[in-house]
Design a binder for this molecule. Structure first.
Ligand code: PLP
Length: 429
C-alpha cells in the first residue's frame, strides 16, 4: 500500500496533509511512514519465522536514528559499512551481537571498535583484510567471527552502477579463490569461521540472479564441508528491488521461498545436518525503506522558453542524488490533485544546484505554479543518506509519521533542518 494518497484533491501521507507538513517543517522535507517501514521489515520476519534467521537492515539505505531504533525494537539486526554506522546502531539501542560488518576498506580503528563491542561477524572482502583482522584480534586477545563475502560472478541484471556481483567489481573475494582463502582463515589463531556471504547488487527485480548466486554459494558450502570447514550461516545479502515506476519486483516472501528451497535441498543431501544447522541472514535496505519515504519540495519558479518547460524547485541533487547519479526515475506527484481541465506541460523538474545533471525528473506532465508543492516518491532509501552540502545548502529536516494508540496520524520531527552555521562547522578561519 502506498502511504501517499489524494484526499479531497490534496495529497496526504498516512492521512497527514502534505501542505500542513510543508507549512510546519518547511521544504525541502523528507517524510517517512513508520507503519510502512515496520510492515516491510515484518514481511521478511514472517517469511523466515519458522527457521533460524536474522534480517540485518542495511543501514546505508537510511541511517536516521529513529528508523534504526524502530527496526531494533522489531528485532532487526544491522548490516553496517563503517564505524559511523556502527556508532549509529549502538546509539539506536541495537544489540551488537546482531551486527554484521561489510565493506571493502575496513580500517584498523573500525576493526578494533567492532571487536571491542563484539559484533556478530565481519564480512571479509579480501585476504589482506583477513590478515589485518587476525592481527588486531590477537592484539586485543580476542577471536574474530568472520564470513567471507564471495563474489559469485553472476549478472544481477540491474544498473551497472549498482551491480556488485560481477568478476570486475571491487567487492568480495572471487569465487575461484574462495576455498583457498577459507583454508587460510582456518589456519589463523584469532579467526573463527562462522559464515559465508554474498551481495550481488541492488534494485533487483527478478529472482533468477538471487537463485544463481544461491546455487553458487551452496556449491561452495558443500565443497567447504567436504574439507571440514563448517558454515553456520549463509548471508544472501540484500538487493531486492522496489516499484519506482511500473516494476513488479518479487515480494520478500517470494525471495525467501526460493532461497529456502535451495538451502533445504542442500540440507536434505546432508543427513548429518538439520534445519537449524544453517542460519539464514539477509541484508535488505531499499526494500524496507524506499517506498516508506518521500521528499516534499516547493516550486520556486517556472520557466518556459524555446519549447522547454522547467519547474525549478528548492530540492536538488544535494538532497536526492539518485536521478543524477544513476539516471534513476522517481515518480513526482503534485500536491494538488491534477484536474482534467488543468493546463499541463511536460516539465523538467530541476533543482537549484549549478550542474546540468541537477534534474529530479525529466518530461513530467504536470500543472504547477510558483509556490506549489511537489512530492518525489520512493525517496526513503538512498535519499537523505546520500545528501550533501554541495552548493552550501543545509540538509533538509526529516519527519516520521506514526499512528497514536487512538488511531490518529501524527508527525514527529526526527532530524532538525540544518542551520546555515552547520555548513561551516569544524572549518578554521
Ligand atoms: C547496499 C548493501 C546492501 C543493501 O542493498 P539494498 O539494495 O538496499 O537492499 C546489503 N548488503 C551490502 C553489503 C550492501 O553494500
Amino acid at each position: 500500500m502506498n502511504f501517499l494518497q489524494y484526499k479531497q484533491g490534496r495529497l496526504h501521507a498516512d492521512n497527514v496533509a502534505i501542505a500542513e507538513l510543508a507549512k510546519q517543517y518547511g521544504t525541502p522535507l523528507y517524510v517517512y511512514s513508520q507503519s510502512h517501514i515496520a510492515n516491510q521489515f515484518m514481511a521478511y520476519e514472517q517469511a523466515l519465522s519458522h527457521r533460524k534467521h536474522l534480517v540485518c537492515y542495511a543501514v546505508k539505505a537510511n541511517s536516521n536514528l529513529a528508523i534504526l531504533s524502530l527496526l531494533a525494537k522489531l528485532g532487526a539486526g544491522f548490516d553496517i559499512v563503517s564505524q559511523g554506522e556502527l556508532e549509529r546502531v549502538l546509539k539506536a539501542g541495537a544489540d551488537p551481537k546482531k551486527v554484521v560488518f561489510s565493506g571493502v576498506a575496513k580500517s584498523v580503528q573500525e576493526i578494533e571498535r567492532a571487536l571491542t563491542v563484539g559484533i556478530k561477524c565481519f564480512n571479509v572482502e579480501s585476504e589482506a583484510e583477513l590478515e589485518r583482522i587476525n592481527q588486531i584480534a590477537e592484539h586485543l586477545n580476542k577471536v574474530a567471527n568472520i564470513s567471507l563475502r564471495i563474489n559469485p560472478d553472476v549478472d544481477a541484471k540491474t544498473h551497472p552502477y549498482i551491480s556488485t556481483g560481477l568478476r570486475e567489481n571491487k567487492f568480495g573475494i572471487s569465487y575461484q579463490l574462495a576455498p583457498a582463502v577459507y583454508h587460510k582463515a582456518a589456519q589463523l589463531a584469532h579467526i573463527q569461521i562462522v559464515g559465508i556471504d554474498c551481495h550481488i547488487g541492488s534494485q533487483l527485480t527478478e529472482l533468477s540472479p538471487f537463485i544463481d548466486a544461491a546455487d553458487r554459494i551452496l556449491a561452495l558450502v558443500a565443497k567447504l564441508k567436504a574439507d571440514h570447514i563448517t558454515i553456520q550461516h549463509i548471508d544472501f545479502g540484500g538487493g531486492l528491488g522496489v516499484c519506482y515506476d511500473d516494476e513488479v519486483p518479487p515480494t520478500p516472501a517470494a525471495l525467501v521461498k526460493v532461497l529456502e528451497e535451495r538451502l533445504d535441498n542442500y540440507l536434505r543431501q546432508n543427513p548429518d545436518l538439520n534445519k537449524d544447522s544453517i542460519e539464514i541472514l539477509l541484508e535488505p535496505g531499499r526494500s524496507i525503506v524506499a517506498n516508506a519515504g518521500a521528499l516534499i519540495t516547493q516550486v520556486e519558479y517556472t520557466k518556459h522558453q524555446e519549447g522547454n518547460h522547467f519547474a525549478i524547485v528548492d530540492a536538488g541533487m544535494n538532497d536526492l542524488i539518485r536521478p543524477a547519479l544513476y539516471d534513476a526515475w522517481m515518480k513526482i506527484l503534485a500536491e494538488k490533485e491534477p484536474h482534467i481541465d488543468d493546463k499541463m506541460y511536460s516539465y523538467n523538474v530541476v533543482g537549484p544546484i549549478c550542474e546540468s545533471s541537477d534534474v529530479l525528473g525529466k518530461q513530467r506532465e504536470l500543472s504547477v505554479a510558483q509556490d506549489d508543492l511537489l512530492v518525489i516518491c520512493s525517496a526513503g532509501a538512498y535519499g537523505f543518506s546520500m545528501a550533501s552540502h554541495y552548493n552550501s545548502h543545509p540538509r533538509p529536516a526529516e519527519v516520521m509519521l506514526y499512528e497514536t494508540p487512538t488511531g490518529q496520524s501524527k508527525a514527529k520531527l526526527i532530524r532538525a533542518r540544518e542551520a546555515l552555521s552547520d555548513l561551516w562547522q569544524g572549518e578554521i578561519l
